[in-house]
Design a protein around this ligand. Structure first.
Ligand code: HEC
Ligand code: HEC
Length: 205
């Protein structure tokens, strides 16, 4: 997935005839540390932005290209490629910028709210049952520092796809990828991972 991202990095696309590399050159230098700081405040949209949305922003505003649909085209590959340039660096997001604190509060509330027919919150599984087995899975703290991950059962897996999967497992309605609800959750979960090393791309069951 990282090599797929590198191919996309160098690929010319859109009306401006540019690739990511046309402006950002060598990702090893220009993208170093970037993935560890996301999601971050985006003043233009007055919302937090993650790597996937930043890529789409550059595609539409800088390249004159179509935004990638969720999990399609080069979205997972480029996200993994950018995150990989921060391999081993500690995660640390800036909650002081803009209204990030408000989004953190929203994300925290969702994290502790029980939902679905099973009436479970994120915290019920990833705090209370952490370390235990659920079906064939060993429950982790549900961190995002290894994303996008490669899952042995179904391949490349983005953060929002994973969130949706966890929510589906409680038999609740799944919020859309990049919805305010999932963006707030991404902010909060990334904050919970403060200090953990970026491990992208990690391999999972
Ligand atoms: C025409 C020049 C141009 C092109 C082409 C371009 N970008 Fe950007 N990129 C920018 C500018 C300017 C910014 C800073 C302003 C902003 O956030 O939009 C930026 C910001 C970024 C950031 C955020 C960096 C940070 O420190 O937070 C990432 C990640 C990024 N671009 C990725 C990409 C990717 C991936 C592509 C190819 C799909 C791409 N860019 C194509 C000009 C470009
Ligand atoms: C019914 C229990 C359950 C609930 C509720 C649940 N998850 Fe999970 N989650 C899992 C299992 C099982 C896995 C796969 C094993 C693991 O990594 O813990 C997982 C994995 C994850 C991962 C990937 C961790 C990694 O390192 O690959 C993230 C992130 C995550 N969950 C976030 C959440 C969030 C956010 C919520 C609330 C919206 C949530 N989960 C709710 C069971 C649950």
């Amino acid at each position: 997935m990282v090599t797929d991202g590198e191919t996309w990095w160098n690929k010319v696309d859109g009306k401006e005839g540019k690739s990511c590399a046309s402006c950002h050159n060598d990702a090893a230098t220009t993208m170093k540390g970037v993935g560890a700081r996301y999601p971050k405040w985006d003043e233009a949209s007055k919302k937090p932005i993650n790597i996937e949305l930043q890529i789409n922003k550059c595609r539409t505003e800088q390249m004159g290209a179509e935004p990638f649909e969720f999990d399609k085209g080069g979205q997972i590959g480029l996200t993994a490629y950018i995150k990989h340039q921060s391999l081993g660096m500690p995660m640390g997001i800036d909650l002081k910028a803009g209204e990030m604190q408000k989004w953190w509060d929203m994300g925290k509330e969702t994290y502790y709210t029980r939902f679905g027919q099973l009436n479970l919150s994120c915290a019920n599984c990833h705090e209370d049952l952490m370390g235990k087995m659920i079906r064939a899975d060993h429950l982790s703290q549900g961190q995002t520092n290894g994303f996008p991950t490669y899952r042995l059962k179904d391949g490349n897996n983005s953060i929002h796809n994973r969130f949706r999967g966890c929510i589906r497992d409680t038999r609740a309605a799944q919020p859309k990828a990049f919805s305010d609800e999932l963006m707030a959750l991404e902010v909060y979960v990334a904050w919970r991972g403060t200090g953990l090393s970026v491990e992208t791309p990690s391999v999972r069951q």
